[in-house]
Design a protein around this ligand. Structure first.
Ligand code: MG
Length: 384
C-alpha cells in the first residue's frame, strides 16, 4: 500500500482523485492519509470520517476548529499544508490546488514524498526550473497531471529521440463561438459554462481567454525541454496533445476528455490500472484549427515571455488578480488581457537589469509574484 496526500481535496481535481481511488486497483493499492482545503471544513470533515485521515490542513485559518477531530490532526493557517504533509509523510502527494500558492505545496511535497503528481501548473510556470531542480536534487519524480502534459509525458515514454515540436491542443473555451466584438460584455456565468471539461472557476475563465494555454506552453517548455511549441484548437478535446518527430511522424494522444484519466495514470505510473469509457473510433472526427490571436491575445503575449520565469510569474500573477476581479464583476472579460499586458510590461521594466541566473530562490519567486500582483491591482484601480 502506498500512502497519498491530496492538496486541494475539495476542489475539482481533488474530488475526481477521490473517484479514481474508489475504483478497484486504486482501492487496494493506495490509501489516503491526508488532505488540505482552503476553507471547506464541511467537506473535509466528511473525508476525515470516510477515509480515517491522519492529518489535514485548513489554509484560511479558522480558530474555531479543534486541534484534533476523530484522531485526525488538524493544522490551520498559511503553513498548514506543509505541516500536514510533514505529519502524514505520504509516499505520494497530489497537488490539486490552483494558483500560485500551490508552488509552496509542491515544494513541501517534494521534500517528503517519493512521487509528486502535479496538477498545479503555477509551480513550474512561476519558478521556471526551480521546482524541477528541487525534485532532481532529491531524486524525486514529478508526474504531470495537466491533461496535455500527461499526454506528452505518455507519448514520449520509450522515445530515445527528442521531438521537433510539441503541439498542445485547446478546446477554445466557453465563449469560443461568441463574435469577438461581443466578448467585451460576456458575463462570468457565460464564461464559467465550459463545453467539454469539468474544472474549477479560475481555470475555466483561463480556458476562455486561453491564458491557461499560455501557462501550459510555459509548463511544457520546462517539463520537456522543447521550445518549439504550437497550439491548435481541437474542439471536442479528444486529442490531448501531439508530438512531431523529424521523420514527419506525429504521435497523438486520443481519449475521452476526463481529468480522471491523467490523475489515475499519475498514481499508477508506470502501469495503467484504470478502467474507463472508450471513445468510438468510427465516430471520431479529428479536426484542428489555428488559433485566432485577435480572439486570444493573451496566448500571443505568452510567446513573448516564454522562457523568462520572471515575466511568466508576472503573467500568471496578473491573471490571478484579473480573473478574481472579473468574477466579482469589477472588470470586463476583455480587460483581463489588458491587466496582464500592462503588468508584464511594468515588471519587465523593473527587472530589466536582472539576469535569470540571479533569479533562483523561492524568495525571488515570492517577491516577483507580490510585486506583479500589486502592479495588477493598481492598474485595475486606476482604470475603473
Ligand atoms: Mg490542461
Amino acid at each position: 500500500m502506498k500512502t497519498l496526500f491530496i492538496a486541494g481535496i475539495s476542489g475539482s481535481i481533488g474530488e475526481q482523485t477521490l473517484e479514481v481511488l474508489n475504483s478497484e486497483w486504486f482501492r487496494d493499492n493506495i490509501v489516503l492519509v491526508g488532505g488540505s482545503v482552503y476553507s471547506n471544513w464541511n467537506k473535509l470533515r466528511v473525508y476525515i470520517e470516510q477515509y480515517k485521515l491522519k492529518a489535514v490542513a485548513v489554509v484560511s485559518s479558522n480558530s474555531n476548529l479543534p486541534d484534533y477531530y476523530k484522531d485526525c490532526r488538524i493544522f490551520r493557517g498559511e503553513d498548514s499544508v506543509k505541516d500536514a504533509i510533514l505529519s502524514c509523510q505520504p509516499d505520494i502527494s497530489l497537488i490539486g490546488t490552483s494558483g500560485f500558492s500551490g508552488l509552496i505545496h509542491t515544494i513541501s511535497a517534494i521534500d517528503v514524498s517519493e512521487r509528486v503528481c502535479l496538477a498545479n501548473k503555477e509551480s513550474i510556470v512561476c519558478g521556471g526550473n526551480f521546482v524541477l531542480n528541487c525534485a532532481k536534487k532529491r531524486n524525486k519524480i514529478i508526474i504531470p497531471v495537466d491533461s496535455e502534459h500527461s499526454a506528452i509525458f505518455q507519448l514520449l515514454l520509450g522515445e530515445e529521440t527528442k521531438p521537433e515540436k510539441i503541439i498542445i491542443t485547446a478546446s477554445g473555451g466557453s465563449v469560443r463561438d461568441i463574435p469577438i466584438d461581443r466578448l467585451e460584455n460576456v458575463t462570468p456565468k457565460e464564461v464559467l459554462n465550459h463545453p467539454v471539461w469539468s474544472m474549477g472557476p479560475r481555470i475555466t475563465v483561463d480556458s476562455a481567454t486561453m491564458v491557461n494555454k499560455g501557462l501550459e506552453v510555459f509548463e511544457a517548455y520546462y517539463l520537456f525541454g522543447i521550445k518549439n511549441i504550437e497550439v491548435l484548437i481541437n474542439r471536442d478535446s479528444h486529442v490531448h496533445s501531439i508530438v512531431q518527430f523529424s521523420d514527419g511522424v506525429f504521435k497523438l494522444h486520443f481519449g475521452i476528455p476526463s481529468m480522471k484519466v491523467p490523475i489515475a495514470f499519475s498514481l499508477s505510473y508506470p502501469e495503467r490500472k484504470y478502467f474507463f469509457d472508450k471513445p468510438s473510433l468510427l465516430k471520431a472526427q479529428i479536426e484542428f484549427q489555428n488559433v485566432d490571436y485577435d480572439r486570444y491575445p493573451s496566448l500571443k503575449l505568452s510567446y513573448d515571455v516564454l522562457g523568462n520565469p520572471i515575466l511568466q510569474n508576472a503573467f500568471n500573477a496578473a491573471d490571478e488578480v484579473a480573473v478574481e476581479s472579473f468574477l466579482k464583476g469589477k472588470i470586463k472579460f476583455t480587460d483581463i488581457y489588458k491587466v496582464i499586458y500592462n503588468t508584464v510590461n511594468k515588471t519587465k521594466q523593473m527587472f530589466s537589469n536582472t539576469t535569470q541566473e540571479e533569479f533562483n530562490s523561492l524568495e525571488d519567486i515570492l517577491m516577483v509574484n507580490q510585486i506583479s500582483r500589486n502592479i495588477a491591482e493598481q492598474f485595475i484601480l486606476e482604470e475603473n
